[in-house]
Design a protein around this ligand. Structure first.
Ligand code: HEM
Length: 430
């Protein structure tokens, strides 16, 4: 065996940087057939691309201690923390996102969506991403903070778009999924943070328990009686608020887009909803296998977290190659999910591939894996299921214009172009 893993064509000094920046997803996909472990560099910064589920499991689970999160710090939200600080915070907040707790948020998700849908009308054309982003933001603000942030809705959407563009301008892949802590330089973020700190202080003074996540953060203390400071509670709440609506908005946008492109699949989904839900609102107990399959298939083709980054600590090998501890690890769910070895005809949107069986554990990674697996997984899946059911049960939709839509891999995977949809009412009266 050669001394180092296979490499893509590289340019002197800059390595693969130019190829990567020209088209990030195409670059990652072109590297995949080169091997399960591919090595390249950007201006001397070594990068290992991990393409096989078994190696992904080694990195995220078996040898997780050798692969800490990139950009981890000792302050910020859960996603930013490492070591002891992460352990402590994780213990504090993970229970709030347990499947059984998350079920309690269903009513808020339904009420906000129902309210938004009441304003839609037959024949209307909507800017899909903007409309969905607004709904998921109001849901996250209400469930996580019991706050109405509608006065800042447009500003928050703009903050996230600006933050994504700014962070992706440089290394791009290196900044991926580290957005939250880095938004601090933007005025809107500062104002949002101040507003949250004021909210925390006010609640601390009155001792009021609103039963939401923010109250839990304020009131929680560990076995030593330690509590989060006002700033820590505000930063955590803000991190969860941003991570908790931006990714879900992208996932639902891609799902509705795919269904607009595949009217027969949209009709099959509507048939299931009509059969199971009939003339009422959806509930958490509805059994909707086709709806679930549509969501998984959309997360397969357009995983909002298109890359997961790690550092390397200590001496460790993969595929028999010793890794350079100054190197970085990139795992791309986007590339993995389109690997023909694991998904036959991978570019095809085909929800039925999920009906018979789920793929093995590390073949499907929209929420990552190991101890840093997405804390909001159950929250997101419930929200996607309820929102998609509510929308598709009452509305049909088609593309208003047939211009090509391409994914843009910034911090999250967003559609590069605005997607305009024309709505058609299919059910009224409840
Ligand atoms: C479709 C929606 C979502 C997707 C695709 C997604 C994806 C991910 C992924 C891949 C990770 C792991 C990153 C890594 O290992 O480096 C992650 C972590 C995280 N996610 Fe999500 N997420 C979603 C929704 C949510 C929601 C709704 C929340 C909160 C309400 C949330 C909060 C977090 C947090 C706090 C972490 C960091 C966990 C830790 O480091 O311990 N996410 N997410």
């Amino acid at each position: 065996m050669s001394q180092s893993p296979p490499r893509p064509p590289e340019q002197w000094l800059i390595g693969s940087y130019h190829h990567f920046q020209r088209d990030r997803l195409a670059f990652l996909q072109a590297c995949r057939p080169l091997g399960d472990l591919v090595e390249t560099h950007f201006f001397g910064q070594k990068l290992y691309l991990i393409n096989h589920p078994e190696d992904i499991r080694r990195v995220l689970v078996e040898h997780a201690d050798h692969f800490p999160k990139l950009n981890a710090r000792d302050q910020g939200g859960l996603a930013d923390l490492a070591g002891e600080a992460w352990q402590r915070r994780n213990r504090l907040i993970r229970p709030a996102f347990h499947y059984t707790r998350v079920q309690n948020y269903a009513d808020t998700m339904i009420t906000h969506t129902d309210h938004a849908l009441q304003t839609w009308h037959d024949g209307q054309t909507i800017d899909l991403h903007a409309v969905i982003h607004e709904i998921t933001m109001q849901i996250a603000a209400s469930i996580l903070l019991s706050a109405d942030l509608s006065d800042m809705g447009a500003e928050i959407a703009q903050l996230i778009a600006k933050g994504q563009a700014f962070l992706s301008r440089g290394g791009g892949i290196l900044a991926a999924l580290s957005m939250i802590g880095d938004l601090g330089q933007f005025q809107t973020y500062k104002r949002l943070r101040e507003r949250l700190i004021a909210l925390v202080r006010a609640r601390r003074i009155t001792g009021e328990d609103r039963g939401d996540l923010l109250s839990m953060l304020i009131l929680a203390h560990d076995e030593h009686g330690d509590q989060l400071t006002d700033q820590e509670a505000a930063d955590e709440a803000l991190g969860l608020f941003i991570a908790g609506h931006e990714t879900t908005a992208n996932a639902l946008t891609w799902t509705l887009y795919l269904l607009a492109e595949h009217p027969t699949i949209q009709a099959a989904l509507q048939a299931e909803l009509e059969r199971v839900i009939g003339d009422r609102l959806p509930t958490v107990n509805d059994v909707l296998p086709y709806t679930d399959a549509v969501i998984k298939e959309s997360l397969r083709l357009y995983p909002p977290a298109w890359v997961i980054m790690r550092r390397i600590r200590g001496a460790i090998s993969l595929q028999g190659y010793p890794l350079d501890s100054r190197g970085l690890i990139a795992i791309s769910p986007y590339t993995l999910h389109r690997d023909p070895r694991f998904y036959p005809d991978p570019e095809r949107f085909d929800p039925t591939r999920w009906i018979e069986s789920d793929p093995p554990r590390y073949h499907f990674l929209p929420f990552g894996g190991g101890q840093r697996i997405c804390i909001g997984r159950e929250f997101a899946l419930l929200e996607l299921r309820l929102l998609l059911s509510l929308i598709a049960h009452r509305w049909a939709w088609s593309r208003a214009e047939q211009t090509p839509i391409t994914p843009e891999p910034l911090v999250t995977l967003r559609p590069k172009q605005a997607i305009q949809l024309t709505l058609k009412i299919v059910k009224t009266g409840y």
